[in-house]
Design a protein around this ligand. Structure first.
Ligand SMILES: Nc1ncnc2c1ncn2[C@@H]1O[C@H](COP(=O)(O)OP(=O)(O)OP(=O)(O)O)[C@@H](O)[C@H]1O
Length: 268
């Protein structure tokens, strides 16, 4: 790991229009979702982001890869301030941060072949040797190259999620955001996808932020864990230490809410 963090986030605030309470006249009030988030992620780290429903996990993740623009504060990606960059300025950076989505069935275009799906971000970036890179990405996720000509509906849920991962790694990104990516899969496919991610982090030196409701998955996969509560960081520490001796009352509540057998689950 080098010394410059891949992410350095300072006092981040982000709000949305409050459509539920829109006044009859004038602009909608805004509701603040991220309330002064600060955190740093080292290169090569795997960070779990946990917290109750609506605590702002996805909003934070989407701000990090600049699918959302913060109101204030700063997001520095590998030393570069990306907080308010416009789309033109972001384009060359988009190759460097990718996302894997929750539901591969709806995030993969059903009318495109697996090969075309994986090639999508490569073509957008004007990368050369697209075909070879698609093959390489399929190799990395353990899918046969012959899958290039298949369509998403011809694949199992676990295979589709591998295609989502192949698409994300094809541009050789530095950072991947994975938002609830195993929650729609059966337990054995979950295990395979998680093992694959662990292996890719090692092999490709990826940095990964992993949003999940499932604390047993977080404990297994993530070196550090960040706990969000209503848009604020309540705890951010090494996963092992956090699980062994949670410091914030809210973290203790979260941990108490999961049944022990889940925590003891082992996959391989
Ligand atoms: N584009 C948007 N416009 C308005 N409100 C939004 C938007 N996106 C998210 N929100 C609101 O922001 C809050 C936080 O949402 P977010 O998806 O970040 O939470 P989360 O912690 O990921 O929750 P979950 O675990 O349920 O996915 C929610 O109240 C949500 O309704």
């Amino acid at each position: 790991m080098s010394d410059t963090p891949i992410y350095d986030i300072e006092n981040l605030h982000l709000s949305f229009p409050d459509l539920a309470h829109k006044p009859l006249l004038g602009p909608a009030l805004r509701v603040e979702i991220l309330k002064g988030i600060s955190l740093s992620i080292a290169k090569g780290d795997v960070v779990g982001i946990v917290g109750g429903s609506g605590s702002g996990k996805s909003t934070l993740g989407r701000a990090m890869i600049r699918l959302l623009e913060p109101d204030s504060g700063a997001i520095r990606f590998d030393g570069q301030d990306i907080t308010h960059l416009d789309e033109d300025a972001l384009r060359p950076l988009r190759r460097r941060f990718q996302m894997i989505f929750q539901d591969p069935m709806s995030s993969l275009n059903p009318r495109r072949t697996v090969g075309a799906i994986i090639a999508g971000p490569l073509r957008l970036q004007g990368v050369d040797r697209v075909s070879a890179r698609v093959d390489q990405a399929l190799d990395h996720v353990g899918l046969p190259r012959a899958f290039r000509t298949r369509y998403p509906h011809e694949l199992s849920g676990g295979q589709r999620q591998r295609v989502g991962i192949a698409r994300a790694i094809a541009t050789e990104p530095d950072f991947i955001l994975a938002d609830e990516i195993v929650s729609g899969l059966d337990v054995s496919s979950q295990a395979q996808v998680l093992n694959l991610l662990e292996q890719l982090v090692q092999e490709l030196g990826l940095t990964l932020a992993f949003i999940s409701h499932d604390l047993s998955v977080i404990r297994r996969l993530c070196r550090h864990t960040l706990v969000l509560y209503r848009g604020e960081v309540v705890e951010y520490r090494e996963t092992q230490a956090l699980f062994d001796a949670p410091q914030a009352a809210y973290t203790r509540e979260l941990l108490d809410a999961i049944p022990l057998p889940d925590l003891e689950q082992v996959w391989d």
